[in-house]
Structures are given as structure tokens and as C-alpha cells.
Write a protein that binds this ligand. Structure first.
Ligand code: CMP
Length: 140
């Protein structure tokens, strides 16, 4: 099905100046960028976005990392966009990520892992709404 998913290029990848290389991978895989913005997340935004993880031991480090510099947030659209993006990203832990995936190529650790992508169509809808108004997502 034609789906949308939320993608975040995290502060580590922005600092490495590889936004374009990562976006090119999405486009080459047939995903369209239908929404995009650069943003310095506030602590409140980072905590709210990752609220499902708030009882996890890594939550504090995750929030600190996500506010350590600007991020590039996108809405990606395409056939099976959620799974396609997850395949392109590779495993959460870059040590386990398959060769040629974004995390294998650009991530340094499970915390600084270059990208976030929604894990289901249901969560994608919630995550997109968290960052984008309907009028800031286009079709093309
Ligand atoms: P992300 O897909 O953005 O969702 C939550 C993030 O928490 C995850 O990527 C990792 O960067 C980070 N994280 C740190 N430790 C863990 C862990 N043990 N399991 C899952 N995610 C972790």
C-alpha cells in the first residue's frame, strides 16, 4: 500500500554533513520526500516524541543526544514506505546492521545511530502528526 513514514536524520549524521547522501538513498529506493524541516529539538519535544521509551534505561541519554544538535525531519512516501525505510536504515545497533545500510555506513553506536524511522504505519501517523501540520506535507 502507499504509505507515509517519519524519518529523522539525527544530530550525529547532521554533524557529519551526510544529509544529502542519506536523502539520496531514500529517493533511489523509490521513496519521495513529501515533508521536510531542519529543527533544533527542545528537551520537551524530544521527551514527548520518545515518550514510549520513558521507562527504559537509555531514555535520558537518548533525549540528551537528540537535543545535542539540529536534526533533519522528513515525511517519506511510497509503496510499503515503513518497511522500505527500515530496510534502508538497518538494525538499530550499527554493529548488527547489514552492510550497505545507512546505519552500517554512517552510525557510530546504538545511541548515535544516524537515523530514526517509524516502526509501523500506526506509529508513523502519530509521529508525522507530532512534527507536521497537514498543510506542511505535500503530494508530488
Ligand atoms: P530510534 O529508532 O530513534 O528509537 C529509540 C532510540 O533509542 C534508538 O533508535 C536508539 O538510538 C536508542 N537506544 C539506545 N539504547 C537502546 C536499546 N538498548 N534498545 C533500543 N534503542 C536504544
Amino acid at each position: 500500500a502507499l504509505e507515509r513514514t517519519l524519518s529523522i536524520i539525527k544530530p550525529d549524521a547532521v554533524k557529519k554533513n551526510v544529509i544529502g547522501e542519506i536523502l539520496a538513498r531514500f529517493e533511489k529506493a523509490g521513496l519521495k520526500i513529501v515533508g521536510a524541516k531542519m529543527k533544533q529539538l527542545t528537551r520537551e519535544e524530544a521527551e514527548g516524541f520518545y515518550a514510549v521509551h520513558k521507562e527504559r534505561p537509555f531514555f535520558k541519554a537518548l533525549v540528551e543526544f537528540m537535543i545535542s544538535g539540529p536534526v533533519m525531519i522528513q515525511v517519506l512516501e511510497g509503496e510499503g514506505a515503513v518497511l522500505k525505510n527500515r530496510d534502508l536504515m538497518g538494525a538499530t545497533n550499527p554493529k548488527e546492521a547489514a552492510a550497505g545500510t545507512i546505519r552500517a555506513d554512517f552510525a557510530d553506536s546504538i545511541d548515535a545511530n544516524a537515523v530514526h524511522g517509524s516502526d509501523s504505519a500506526e506509529n508513523a501517523a502519530i509521529e508525522i502528526k507530532f512534527f507536521f501540520n497537514d498543510s506542511d506535507v505535500v503530494s508530488h
